[in-house]
Ligand binder design. Structure first.
Ligand code: C2O
Ligand code: CU
Length: 463
């Protein structure tokens, strides 16, 4: 195996059936003067080898075979994609973490119609930020994401500092039985707790894949947690490593990933300095809980490039508006359990239970008549979300359409990270500042999909 370079990724994308279609319609829709050829992302049901033994049937992907392709974009340059639905279930695509116009956000009812089998939908937008993001459906998500529809997005920046290689790693589990076939996607009693874990763990759909990287060189490792449930605690063994970005934004201060906890939806970017000796192994591990698990390894090859981690220049900050703290209005947001059952019979999949609520309101599921927004925000105004976790579980809370800045926490020292997903711990209170600069209805939900689908969802309206 080789480390993914841009060229091999493009080849992989071509092999996976990602081809161009005519740009004209999409261009008209998006109002661009010049649009690129759209990337075609076609949902398909395939068989895949996810563990020893029989291949798994009814695995879902974008393309024809293997994992969904890594989609490459360039900051500030128009991007277009055509979702073609080849599966017998309505679907959409959400571009997680990318600040897109509301109509491109992929949430059924709130912003766009379902895409039925045989139909297509054209997405077009210009990514304003560089970094690591990901894409997934926003319909029947426990099933569609659980069966494979989660892919990584890399938004490149022309001024990105030069590394000697890059590795892109899609981290996720699968709920398979001993025969390699899908088992029930969740257990209600677990949905009411931390969520139902997968039984088979993979990186790029493989068990502990190994990639080659130049000895003594610098690797930019981009990992996305696209699993529906699992929270990770990252560590790197065998090399010096520094966290350079989280959730698509450079960190104000680099630090070693010493059991760094990240939840579903979050992305980790590391700079790793490979060992000098040919054949030396570096491992990316999950050390959450009692067992340490190797996720993927890098193998040093060739003569040492003798690089230094400190040589890597800074990443440019993304153009996220600065919060006016003095003039900010407050939005209280409390996460809790609920005893009320409101689950609607929704086409995008209801799990049939309500276990969770935001500000005491359990979300009923995707319906043409959703509950009122959590808050109505004035375009251009600054806000501070006061988020409080009244449950004994951690929740990766994700906001669509806008980035927030982490201001303070009641339980820990926090860096002023810019993000779209915050992993709130039990009994934690956190302040997050944002400028309401993107008009529309923006979903806000826990990214443990069972929590999302059993009530822990709401939305902000920016007008
Ligand atoms: Cu990753 Cu509502 O999304
Ligand atoms: Cu949750």
């Amino acid at each position: 195996m080789t480390v993914f370079t841009r060229r091999t990724l493009l080849k992989t994308a071509a092999a996976a059936g990602v081809a161009g279609v005519g740009a004209s319609t999409i261009g008209r829709l998006a109002g661009f003067a010049a649009v690129p050829d759209p990337v075609v992302l076609k949902t398909t049901s395939i068989q895949a080898q996810l563990m020893d033994g029989a291949p798994t049937k009814n695995v879902l992907t974008y393309g024809e075979a293997g994992p969904p392709p890594v989609v490459r974009m360039r900051k500030g340059e128009p991007f277009a994609a055509r979702l073609v639905n080849g599966i017998d279930d309505p679907t959409t695509i959400h571009w997680h973490g990318i600040r897109v116009p509301n109509k491109m956000d992929g949430v059924p009812f709130l912003v766009q119609p379902y895409v039925y089998q045989g139909d297509h939908f054209d997405y077009a937008f210009t990514p304003p930020d560089a970094g690591t993001f990901w894409y997934h459906p926003h319909c029947n998500t426990l099933e569609q994401m659980g069966h494979g529809l989660t892919g990584v997005i890399v938004v490149e920046h022309p001024n990105d500092p030069q590394c000697d290689s890059e590795a892109v790693i899609n981290l996720r589990d699968w709920r398979l039985g001993d025969d390699g076939q899908f088992i029930e996607p969740f257990r209600p009693r677990d949905a009411a707790r931390a969520g139902t874990y997968g039984t088979v763990r993979t990186a790029n759909w493989l068990d502990q894949p190994q990639y080659d990287a130049p000895a003594g060189g610098l690797v930019r490792l981009r990992a996305a947690i696209t699993d529906v449930t699992r929270i990770y605690a990252f560590r790197v063994d065998g090399a010096e490593a520094a966290v350079i970005a989280l959730d698509g934004n450079p960190v104000p201060q680099r630090f070693a990933p010493d059991a760094l906890q990240l939840g579903p939806g979050q992305r980790l970017e590391l700079a790793i300095r490979m060992p000098d000796d040919e054949g030396a192994i570096v491992s990316l591990r999950d050390v959450r809980g009692t067992k340490s698990k190797v996720l993927a390894t890098l193998r040093a090859v060739g003569k040492s490039l003798k690089r230094d981690l400190r040589d890597l220049g800074p990443l440019e900050a993304n153009p996220v508006a600065e919060v006016d703290l003095a003039g900010a209005k407050r939005i209280p947001l409390a996460l809790s359990a609920t005893a009320e059952n409101v689950s609607a019979n929704s086409i995008c999949g209801s799990l049939g239970y309500s276990f969770w609520a935001i500000n005491k309101v359990p979300w009923p599921g995707d319906t043409p008549d959703p509950t009122a927004p959590l808050a109505e925000l004035k375009l251009g105004q600054s806000y501070i979300i006061d988020m409080e976790n009244l449950t004994p579980h951690s929740h990766p809370i994700h906001l669509h359409g806008m980035s927030f800045k982490v201001l303070s926490s009641s339980t820990r020292q926090v860096q002023p990270l810019i993000s779209d997903t915050y992993l709130i711990q039990p009994d934690e209170k956190v302040q997050m500042g944002l400028v309401a600069d993107n008009p529309g209805d923006w979903l806000l939900h826990c990214h443990i999909i069972e929590h999302q689908k059993t009530g822990m969802t709401s939305y902000l309206r920016v007008v």
